[in-house]
Design a protein around this ligand. Structure first.
Ligand code: UD1
Length: 348
């Protein structure tokens, strides 16, 4: 069996880290990196630290508007699919690389397997929501991480080929947290104490591209009265400069960090405030309260279980969440048992 995997952005590297090596135990994998993320600290460091096999192809697509970015990927991927003739194409999550990988395969009648299928925010303005829905509807194998994701697919009439296998990110985090404990020196490097800071990330287009929302979020962090550590996504940096926004001295801004340092920062934080999908789950995996700066979430179970709270881009709610939110219930097993990758490979 020849599996062709398409990755392109950080969250996909995290997921491929769990699955690629399992595929290669018995089958052949061709790994294609679209180059959507290209900075060393957003790409190369993930491959090195997570021991992901070296990509067979790097399309070097880089940044650009959605049409250009996705379109360039389609053109390049078609040539590779024609040459490699894979039995199946594997895509992850909801980025433009996911949609391009799936759409190109579907047009060539190559079966598509979608890992992290069925997630919905019900906000069609998000590029990720468009990518997810389109990808799910052209996939033959839909690997859902949660019960809610399975229900979402059923509601859209997708019943065949759906497998509830748990979340591959859980597999990854279990492995990476061990590596991080042994190898990360980020706390010393940033001069941080255990349980003494709020770890924050902001990068979603819905927040960065709207000056009012971004101003509220930065204002809340500045006025939170807490030490905040923020690995800054280049997109957020760019928009902050163009809106004339700046951080106060309680916010320690650092370059994007590699996966081991990120998990270490998560494990030693007191709380996590984010607009990322992946980080909401990672907060749950490392047992930290999560304050989500969005109006909706795909990971509703974490909210229902009391470990995640939605505060939107409302300044007062963010400050209140940072200072007062504390889970009171025990964690439930929402994301499977950490063996999702093995199940996926067995099924395909
Ligand atoms: C993408 C995904 C998002 C995912 C995120 C993880 C889409 C539509 N969005 O968003 O779902 O949560 O990845 O990080 O696919 N840039 C760099 N260096 C890089 C990569 C990006 O400087 O290596 C800058 C560029 O200025 C670029 C901007 O970041 O214009 C946005 O990058 P892009 O890949 O388009 O989307 P993300 O915001 O990273």
């Amino acid at each position: 069996m020849k599996v062709l995997t398409v990755v392109g952005a950080r969250p996909q590297f995290m997921k491929a880290a769990a699955v690629s090596n399992v595929i290669r135990e018995k089958d052949q994998e061709i790994l294609v990196h679209t180059g959507q993320h290209y900075d060393e600290n957003m790409s190369k460091v993930f491959f090195e630290e997570l021991q992901i096999p070296k990509p067979d192809y790097n399309l070097g697509v880089g940044s650009g508007n959605h049409g250009k970015q996705t379109g360039t990927m389609l053109i390049e991927l078609e040539e590779i699919y024609e040459k490699e003739k894979p039995d199946i194409v594997l895509v992850y999550g909801d980025t433009n690389s996911t949609l391009a990988g799936a759409l190109c395969a579907s047009k060539l009648l190559i079966p598509v397997a979608h890992v992290e299928a069925g997630l919905r925010s019900f906000n069609m303005n998000m590029p990720e929501e468009q990518n997810r829905i389109l990808t799910d509807h052209i996939s033959k194998y839909l690997f859902v991480p949660t019960n809610t994701a399975e229900k979402n697919l059923k509601n859209e009439g997708i019943k065949n080929g759906v497998y509830n296998v748990g979340d591959v990110m859980y597999d990854s985090v279990l492995r990476i947290s061990k590596l991080a404990k042994e190898n990360s020196r980020i706390l010393e490097k940033l001069n941080l104490d255990d349980n003494d800071y709020i770890l924050t990330t902001i990068h979603r287009a819905e927040n960065t591209n709207d000056p009012k929302r971004l101003k509220n979020i930065i204002g809340a962090l500045n006025e939170s009265g807490k030490k905040v550590v923020l690995p800054l996504h280049p997109r957020t940096h760019k928009y902050m400069e163009s809106y004339g926004l700046a951080f106060a001295s309680n916010v320690k801004v650092v370059e994007p960090v590699g996966p081991l340092d990120m998990i270490a920062l998560e494990m030693h934080s007191c709380k996590i405030a984010t607009d990322s999908g992946g980080l909401q789950k990672e907060a749950f995996f490392v047992h930290k309260p999560c304050i989500t700066m969005r109006d909706e979430t795909e990971w509703v179970e974490t909210v229902e279980n009391g470990w995640n709270i939605l505060v939107g881009a409302d300044k007062n709610k963010i400050i209140d969440g940072i200072n007062n939110f504390m889970p009171t219930s025990k964690q439930e097993e929402i994301f499977g048992d950490g063996t999702a990758a093995n199940k996926i490979v067995e099924i395909i």
